[in-house]
Write a protein that binds this ligand. Sequence first.
Ligand SMILES: C[S@@+](CC[C@H](N)C(=O)[O-])C[C@H]1O[C@@H](n2cnc3c(N)ncnc32)[C@H](O)[C@@H]1O
Length: 275
Amino acid sequence: MGCSDSDYVYLRQLVLSESANLIDPSRNALFETRLTPIARMAGATSLEDFVSLLRVDRTPQLHRAVAEAMTINETSFFRDGKPFDVLRDTILPRLVENNSKQQKLRIWSAASSTGQEAYSIAMLIREHFTELANWDVKIIGTDISRHVIEYAQRGRYRRMEVNRGLPARMLLKYLVREGDEWDVTPELRPMCVFQYANLCAPLPKLPVFDLVMLRNVLLYFPQQDRSCVFSDVYRQMAPGGYLMLGSAEQAEDSTNLFQPEFSRDCYFYRPVPGS
Ligand SMILES: C[S@@+](CC[C@H](N)C(=O)[O-])C[C@H]1O[C@@H](n2cnc3c(N)ncnc32)[C@H](O)[C@@H]1O
């Protein structure tokens, strides 16, 4: 297939406006791989043909499908390790103390991809915070890609996925083997819900969060969209809440909203009151 330079510019612009994801021209070949199935379904015989169709067919679903297909969904259980140590040793103990009266905890895995981050937090809570067994704890995973939301909702992982980052003891305790795959146990499932949300569009109705995990997504966004997301996230957080970013991300352009703290080689952020 393949298409002209101006078609690639069009596709990159479409993805940027739909999802705020910047796609480097060096990755043009990815359009071909990711869009071929959608192009076929739309009746196009080549990528070029598909772009011509997109230019005239303004159906929002089709444009959204292109942006969703181009997302990078790389994730793993307990990704990067250290942030989960900080959650276990610093952030969750503080939240448990602060919320002990209402016995309620709301955690947002923003850009949750296939759900490993949300289920990792659920495991961490069940494993180290047994006193929360009767609390109202919800981990809400959101993502722009409906495909990964369905995957997370299914809670079934391939061998390759459970072999990445998940200690064997946790695997055997919190997932059940189903042939070649592994299912999240019924104990964890009710703690995690997954739904659609585009971080660069008005957010759906969501609760006020005590902890927001916003990891490995802002690095794909232009600065202006990052700032908008930080403002939206700030508004969505409890005053005593916590924000965690990916290891290659910082809230450097939102210092008026978030104050950094450092623990175990890891930054995390607190909302600045009254901003
Ligand atoms: C690299 S994954 C990171 C997953 C997880 N947070 C982690 O750190 O392992 C990035 C996720 O962000 C999602 N994403 C990209 N743009 C988004 C947007 N505008 N709104 C919501 N999610 C988005 C992608 O679909 C993808 O699942």
